[in-house]
Write a protein that binds this ligand. Structure first.
Ligand code: HAM
Length: 494
């Protein structure tokens, strides 16, 4: 794919309630790729990318008056990452790897297997699952049209996983499936600490288990996992939305309660009264707080079956010793939920106001809604990895290298490469200083990468058939014969 074309590709916010996506972007502002960039080598000259024309500051290339996207790109300014989308630098990646390793280990203990689904899906998948009237679908999706097909860069993971579950008929292969995933999600939210436009989730989904045993197990698994990461102030909120019948009855009751106070509500909530009244309970707007406080509880509406399910969940959580608080006004920003809902909040570390570490719940009707076998109950959660990293203090599991090879001079430079290869073949993480330099500078670097040992080789060592092995923590050193080097390093690292 042509890089420039990607940069210019319109990631238009999908807005189904306002204008049909395809018509808006195609009619107002499509260009051909050839038009956008004449120097491109692409043979896709018939590709059409829909884009929003961007305005660049005066003095940028736009001033040249040339038409097309290329002319609009500022040539003199360094490009920076898109707002709300962050680089994860090598110095930070250790903690990410450590988290990912711990997450995989924790959920695999419970029988979850990894699933990887595409980052781009058909837009209707999200409209039908997450739902119109939700912030995600109405305002936050990065959607675009490619070859007349409306597509969206995933705002969350569940819909894609359910689509894959249905498409590959996993229900026919096994009665229950447990899958997990890790990866980036994209929502055009207002960026803040802990809230990004590209963020990473880790999540699990279970298909074919109606609970509530698995609901309790999942919440307990999360609480223990967060505790193992030393996250403080964990708070578990649970609620039940009931099944389809309950949801409809509660919706009616809520609208009847809110309608008389419509004029006092915020503009967003007045709109939601028509489109998605349950979301009003989640409003942070000052004007809505009094109305929310007096709102009827969904738990007063749930039918006997739903109530039994919820009571049993609470009983199991109590038995497991999982701390929890029932929060009858807990609703979540996605429409597919039914019955169990939960969120886990944290405190401490660098976590600011965005302190919801994870959220999830049952979505018993979604498999059928997306064309799968009716009656397959499902539950899942996703956690925000950035928020976990902010809330916790665990370090990277491993240094960049265990051994740092510091050659002095040209002859030693060649020997260092051989040494490095031997150590890696023995499974030892080794970094060779290929640029040379003074011994002092090389040892400084060895410490910076977290190496435990440094191997110094110069002409003298080469002549004597030895290598100087420095234990950087113990500040001790000894010559080791070339033949016994791998064994000596192994012994030191053991
Ligand atoms: P969600 O509540 O939208 O649920 O997101 C889950 C978690 O992702 C949040 O609790 C938060 O930690 C993190 N998160 C969400 N938005 C952002 C953002 N803009 N920046 C940083 N972190 C964010 C879901 O996505 C559902 N798919 C969860 C689920 C799975 N339900 C059933 N299965």
């Amino acid at each position: 794919m042509n890089t420039l074309a990607v940069m210019c590709m319109a990631l238009t916010r999908h807005s189904p309630s306002r204008t049909p996506l395809a018509r808006t972007s195609a009619a107002t502002c499509s260009v051909t790729l050839t038009n956008a960039r004449r120097v491109g080598t692409s043979n896709h000259s018939s590709l059409r990318w829909d884009f929003i024309p961007r305005t660049y500051p005066r003095g940028s290339a736009g001033k040249t008056g040339r038409s097309g996207v290329e002319a609009r790109l500022p040539v003199s300014r360094a490009l920076s990452a898109v707002k709300g989308m962050n680089d994860i630098l090598p110095e930070e990646i250790g903690r990410w790897h450590a988290f990912e390793g711990r997450f995989r280990a924790a959920v695999e203990l419970f029988g979850y297997s990894e699933i990887r689904v595409p980052i781009i899906e058909a837009t209707p998948l999200y409209v039908r699952s997450v739902g119109e009237g939700t912030d995600i679908v109405d305002k936050e999706m990065y959607s675009f049209v490619f070859h007349d097909e409306p597509l969206t860069v995933r705002p969350e993971g569940t819909a894609g996983v359910v689509r894959a579950y249905v498409e590959h008929q996993l229900a026919a292969k096994e009665p229950t499936s447990r899958v997990y995933y890790l990866g980036p999600m994209f929502r055009g939210e207002r960026p803040a600490r802990g809230r990004y436009r590209q963020f990473y989730q880790a999540g699990c989904e279970v298909f074919g288990d109606a609970g509530p045993g698995v609901d309790a197990e999942m919440i307990d698994m999360l609480v223990r996992f967060f505790a193992s990461l030393s996250i403080d102030g964990l708070e578990v909120l649970v609620n039940s939305l009931g099944g389809k019948g309950t949801k409809a009855a509660y919706r009616e009751r809520l609208v009847a309660y809110l309608r008389p106070m419509q004029a006092e509500l915020s503009e967003d909530s007045r709109r939601r009264l028509e489109t998605n009244p349950l979301r009003i309970l989640d409003s942070k707007h000052e004007r809505d707080q009094a109305a929310i406080a007096g709102a009827p509880s969904v738990l007063d509406c749930i039918d006997d079956d739903d109530k039994r399910h919820f009571d049993r969940l609470l009983e199991l959580m109590t038995k497991l010793g999982t701390p929890f608080r029932v929060e009858p006004r807990l609703v979540r920003g996605l429409d597919y939920y039914a019955r169990t809902l939960f969120e886990i909040k944290g405190r401490g570390g660098d976590l600011g106001a965005q302190n919801t570490l994870c959220g999830g719940g049952r979505y018993d009707g979604l498999v059928e809604e997306l064309g799968g076998t009716p009656g397959i109950p499902s539950i899942g959660f996703a956690l925000g990895i950035e928020r976990i990293l902010l809330a916790s203090t665990f370090g990277a599991d491993q240094a960049t290298a265990s051994v740092f090879v510091a050659p002095l001079g040209e002859r030693a430079g060649a020997e260092a490469l051989v040494l490095g290869r031997e150590l890696r073949e023995a499974g030892i993480k080794t970094l060779v200083e290929t640029r040379g330099g003074s011994l002092k500078a090389m040892l400084r670097r060895a410490n910076a990468v977290g190496a435990r040992l440094a191997l110094v080789v110069g002409d003298g060592e080469l002549d004597r058939g030895v290598v100087q092995l420095k234990d950087l923590a113990a500040h001790a050193q000894a010559d080791v014969t070339r033949d016994s080097l791998v064994a000596a390093v192994r012994e030191k690292l053991a």
